[in-house]
Design a protein around this ligand. Structure first.
Ligand code: UDP
Length: 333
């Protein structure tokens, strides 16, 4: 039995592939390498380079990997500001890609999928911590593209019996403890790796986007989860579906909120670097506060995140950064 991981060369996908391999699963990876890195893929996984929007390619892989017990789907674009500037890119790849994928799954009789959704599907919450049953009203095109994917999956379950788990991630950070894989985006847009680029002397300073939000210090509040804990949740979700449970959605967060200034302070402490920062205007599409209620994943999936200290999370990211100053080194950096 094989697990096919779409987007398995990306940041979160590569950590999930690594965990799956370590736990003894037979793994095949699909990635178009637009944002992923070939070197991020555990060598014990079979690798297919191609795009999930390419139906012929999917047919080829699903034909070759005959005994597929489930799909874990990470292959998506996920940069909020880019989605605001170029929403059609997001609807095409994320939402459109899901339609092509589900058609192929239906025809190849693949009945289980675990998929990356996002806290961005909730938009500006009326209350925190956010529960899975709270209204989903995205404030950015990225979140809308993922919400559409959740809805498409629901109707595909009703009609074709394809069971899904939507995992709504809050903010993911960190790297595998041994520093062998980690986060490498080009250009980088996420808070923790940008802060660490400043700490490493690659950037002059951090711009803090928005200091007039209705939060404890005026900056956005986010809920950080370690990438290895996130990866674990996907395997638990796959096993949950294999046990015959119904489709469902789960928040993945720590249930603790940290402001952007607090993350900066934590990174200064971890790195021992001054990390200069300046206040900057708000970034389009950013909700003020996103904090997860994550008890559902804990009680139903038996998810037990191992990292509960944001400094420990940043420490693993710093370890990766210091051992890989140019990331995977495959983008001419
Ligand atoms: N952020 C920032 N400066 C940066 C990058 C991000 O102030 O250079 C802020 C961003 O506005 C948001 C938080 O950091 O409030 C987390 O953003 P990120 O892009 O890491 O994740 P998102 O919350 O969009 O998924």
């Amino acid at each position: 039995m094989t697990v096919v991981v779409l987007g398995g060369a990306g940041y979160i996908g590569s950590h999930a592939v690594d965990q799956l391999v370590q736990k003894g699963y037979d793994v095949a990876v699909i990635d178009n390498l637009i944002t992923g890195h070939r070197n991020a893929v555990n060598p014990k996984a079979r690798f297919y380079q191609g795009d999930i929007r390419d139906r012929a390619f999917l047919d080829e892989v699903f034909g070759q990997e005959q005994d597929i017990e489930g799909i874990i789907h990470f292959a998506a674009f996920s940069v909020v500001p880019e989605s605001m500037a170029n929403p059609l890119k997001y609807f095409d790849n994320n939402t459109g890609g899901m339609i092509t994928l589900l058609k192929a799954m239906k025809d190849h009789d693949i009945k289980r999928i675990v998929f990356s959704s996002t806290a961005a599907t909730y938009g500006e919450p009326k209350q925190v911590p956010i529960k899975e049953t709270d209204p989903q009203v995205p404030t950015n095109a990225y979140g809308e593209s993922k919400l559409a994917m959740e809805k498409i999956m629901h109707w595909s379950d009703v009609a074709y019996g394809i069971k899904f788990v939507a995992l709504r991630y809050f903010n993911v950070a960190g790297a595998k403890a041994d520093g062998s894989i980690g986060e490498d985006h080009s250009p980088e847009t996420h808070l923790v790796p940008i802060i660490l680029q400043v700490a490493a002397g690659e950037r002059d300073g951090l711009k803090i986007f928005g200091t007039d939000y209705p939060t404890k210090d005026g900056t956005n509040v986010r809920d950080y989860v370690h990438v290895v804990d996130l990866a674990d949740a996907h395997i638990l979700a796959l096993e949950y579906l294999k046990a015959g449970h119904d489709s469902d959605a789960f928040n993945l967060g720590s249930s603790n909120g940290f402001s952007n200034r607090e993350i900066l302070a934590a990174a200064r402490e971890v790195t021992g670097q001054p990390i200069p920062a300046e206040d900057a205007p708000r970034r389009a599409g950013d909700p003020s506060t996103l904090i997860a209620a994550s008890d559902k994943a804990r009680s139903i999936l038996h998810w037990e995140p191992k990292y509960d200290d944001v400094k420990e999370i940043i420490k693993t990211a710093w370890n990766w950064k210091q051992s890989h100053p140019h990331g995977y080194g495959d983008r001419g950096q």
